[in-house]
Design a protein. Sequence first.
Length: 472
Amino acid sequence: MPKCIFMFDMFFLLHVLGLYGFAKLINDKVPDPYMDEIFHIPQAQQYCRGRYTEWDPKLTTPPGLYLASNSVAYMGGLFGYDFCTVNALRFTNILFSVGLYFTILSLVSQRTATSQWKAQMYALALSWFPVGYFYNFLYYTDTGSTFLVLLSYLCVTKKMYHLSGIIGTLSLTFRQTNIIWLGLFMMISIINILTKKANAQKKDHKNSQLTALYNPLCSTIKQPSQIFKSIYSLVIATFNNLPLLLPNVITFMLGIVLFSIFLVWNKGIVLGDKSNHVAGLHFPQLFYYMSFLTFFAAPWTISRAMLSSIIYQISVRRVVYGCLSTTIALYLVYRYTYEHPFLLSDNRHYSFYVWKKIYRRHWAARYFLTPVYIFCSQINFLALVKNVSLLVTLGYLFTLILMLVPSPLLEFRYFISPFLFYMVNIPPPSQLRRLIVGMIFFLIVNFVTIYLFVYKPFTWVSEPNNLQRFMW
């Protein structure tokens, strides 16, 4: 057997064994629906009974997960199995997690120039990303949503634009905010098509003025004017090449049109309980995400060489930019920090303790952290810009703004798709020890969080008969 096939089987086997072991543990120790499962599981079971017109008004996401489970249950029913039990419904996300591993592996292999076994190790590590990994074992929409988003992106990288648009549209049935990813992938598709045509015209010595696109690697940008030049070139090239572009992005546009119809019909983006999901301007969400990204990406992005380069590149200009950025961050923290009632009252989530132990310890804590936010942003930016073009980087930043800023609630699972999109666009570190350290880091966090969830339940005074559990 070839070595690469052996390595592939070994890493995939590790993933499957981990999923099986943790799933069995949680299903044995927590057999009843927990947290949002008390809404999701009964709704899925209604679908299993063929009652597709019945809907729990407390649900805030569309029925994609229930329809997926319903399809699996139908296949099981043909062989006499009941796939609508709590354990069987949770198994839906195990299937999505298996698909997610292969999707990440394909993206890493395509997007980064690395050896096959390193790509497999990196894919396994990202499949173990603690926040996303935890939700593989509960009946939540996160795993399915993440899988479809990254699968849509994979199709873009493979130039399968129609399929990407279809899959991206399907992802909207798991989470409405995936419309932002659909828009980003349409933009990347347009960039790819225009770049391919411009390269073909240059090869044939033809005038490529109509498809001229200024889109250098982000690391080569020296002046702000280059950013405006790049955006302007994309807008002009898009309008000049509509006959070429429209047939290729038609499924993306169809998804956007269908979503617009949904917004009009639903009178907003949130289904069900709209009162606790009112959109606003919550700019510090970007700072929380940058800190979160730096922490979990540290084994892959932070190195002595990177920190040295940051120190050696200090100049008057960079100090001025740093002071200006910190001043803007201070204003945004002062003006737009928002404490959602759920964040302050629900002590089952880790975000509650982050807020209580750090941000509420002293009124000035949130302001003292602004230089940390700027430093984290710098680290994250340096790791990304060497591998991603300017327009894609801008698209990613715009996606973060649209996804995170309107959300009033600090919840770590909102960071899953942004984190994984970032990670599949940077290469794994060349040193084997850093790959191993990253995998061990994620594995330890997973063991700790699942141990706390299973073995350290507690009760509320108001609900003495119900066990509460720690979770992301």
